[in-house]
Design a protein around this ligand. Structure first.
Ligand code: 4AZ
Length: 297
């Protein structure tokens, strides 16, 4: 479905400057931009395209279970508050952000897949145990990653459909500055909206690490990566945290390269989304899953 005209009704393109900045966006949508049905190929705007009409035609897209069988959301039974991804390791383990799982007791959490024709209330699982990265630091969101063990494996997906975590020795190849990556989630679509009813995806560009800074200009460490557009507009937002950032590798293979972690608001020019750099935590994730598989909790 294409909501182009609806979005124009809500947020006319003529609204510019400060008003546009106020109305602005978050996960996935900027004023007046399209949401349409999903494209298979991960494709970003080039830096040069950011100042052309192409930007006006760029899309965020609806996706469903078939297009994201690894995608899950975390909730207390209602609206999702975070995302996550089923790890290619036994169908019973999910990665998410550490900051997503510290707020509530595990017994309150529901882990749900997308519904077959969209929406957030697909099949759900309960949580057996949770491990957060030992170096996770709340203040800087360094190493913002956790592994969640589900009470029962998911059966809608085959191991071969799941996306591996990017190995460190391939990070220079598949998660380079300027590479295009896809983020998905049920997060907010404007700064002032609530979570999205539909799973959305948008493609964003990975930034050079030297430009990855917090709002005080302090460099963000190599445990994180930044992605977005210099012009802003398309981004992850509140409620997308924990969800995956994916790249297209060779031979139709995808990799998870990031986990939505934080950002200075959403979709702002010159402020990218910040993601946990998965190649830096991959060994910990797979090692922790192995350990959790061998114990009953
Ligand atoms: C959040 O609050 C959040 N624009 C996630 C991502 C970003 C900002 C905030 C990045 O979950």
């Amino acid at each position: 479905m294409n909501l182009h005209s609806n979005w124009h009704l809500l947020l006319p393109r003529e609204i510019e400057g400060i008003h546009r900045a106020i109305l602005v966006t978050c996960l996935l949508v900027f004023s007046g931009f399209h949401i349409s049905a999903s494209r298979a190929e991960i494709t970003c705007l080039s830096n040069a395209d950011e100042n052309t009409e192409a930007f006006e035609n760029f899309n965020a897209e609806y996706i469903d279970l078939e297009h994201a069988p690894w995608m899950v959301n975390l909730s207390l039974g209602g609206e999702p508050f975070c995302g996550g991804a089923i790890v290619d390791s036994g169908l019973q383990f999910v990665i998410t952000a550490a900051h997503c799982v510290k707020k509530y007791p595990k017994s309150d959490l529901w882990i749900r897949i997308a519904a077959p024709r969209g929406g957030y209330s697909g099949e759900s699982r309960r949580v057996v145990s949770i491990r957060s990265h030992p170096r996770y630091y709340d203040k800087t969101k360094a190493y913002d990653v956790a592994v969640v063990k589900l009470d029962r494996a998911y059966s809608h997906v085959e191991p071969s459909q799941l996306v591996p975590l990017l190995p460190k020795d391939q990070a220079h190849f598949w998660a380079k500055p300027g590479d295009c990556a896809r983020v998905m989630g049920w997060g907010k679509t404007t700064e002032y909206s609530s979570a999205s009813e539909e799973l959305l995806q948008v493609d964003v560009r990975i930034w050079p690490q030297s430009e990855c800074k917090n709002s005080n200009g302090v460099a963000i460490g190599p445990h994180s990566l930044c992605a977005g557009y210099y012009r802003g507009g398309f981004d992850s937002c509140g409620g997308d945290s924990g969800g995956p950032l994916l790249v297209q590798g060779g031979n139709f293979e995808k990799f998870i390269v990031g986990i939505v972690s934080w950002g200075r608001d959403c979709g702002r020019a010159d402020y990218p989304g910040v993601y946990t750099r998965v190649s830096e935590v991959r060994d910990w994730v797979y090692g922790t899953i192995k350990e959790m598989s061998e114990t009953s909790n």
